[in-house]
Design a protein around this ligand. Sequence first.
Ligand code: FPP
Length: 247
Amino acid sequence: MAQKTDLVIENIPKHIAVIMDGNGRWAKKQGKLRIFGHENGVKAVRDTVEACAEIGVEYLTLYAFSTENWNRPKFEINALMTLLVSTINKETKTLMDNNIRLATIGDTDSLPSKCKKELLEAIEKTKNNSRMTLVLALSYSSKWEITQAITKIAEQVKKGQLATEQITEDTINQYLATAGIPDPELLIRTSGEHRISNFLLWQIAYSELYFTEKLWPDFRREDLYEAIVSFQQRERRFGKTSEQISA
Ligand code: FPP
């Protein structure tokens, strides 16, 4: 198991994104309800956030609730929203103590009003914190994000405020929910599934992907270090040749 001392501190990814998967299976293995897995997933969230801040990660994006998750049983959705509200409520002080800013990406208007209110308060309270930004992807999906970006760009063109020739990759970046946030260098998915599940499709064009068998509630800082060590051993070529990179 990797340790903090195994990390090359000059090559820590600026932005790490995580697909936290396996809460349901973790609970089922113990004969418990799925929500028990989500509750224990919060411990993994806390440890990962703390470890990322400690080693100098600037942005950590967690996929907490996808657009498709609205199709889950009502009971599970309600339990997840309640857990979200209570976690934000409990952890805002920890975010303040650790100088961590909270942000969200996703269709937050579709969240229950109590959840949205709690989130907005925590975002406002932590807005001047500068050590790390914790981005929660809530009611998020890449296809939703890209669709709303295209709609907004089309409106600008229709109004004559933007010419089609002016549309560049940067224009698109500006209209995505992640505007102003650098692309993740590392994407981690837990639970042994090898899928992207509609998460940051545009932004991960050149991200390194890391998959682990660990179920999310069992994920701890040592697992994060392991993922970063793997990232640090890879040669990132961005379409160039190995010789060009080493020159
Ligand atoms: C995926 O596991 C997990 C989720 C859909 C929810 C993640 C939520 C938390 C970890 C708790 C709250 C988070 C924050 C940021 C406060 P799954 O249910 O799909 O598991 P399965 O694939 O085993 O069924």
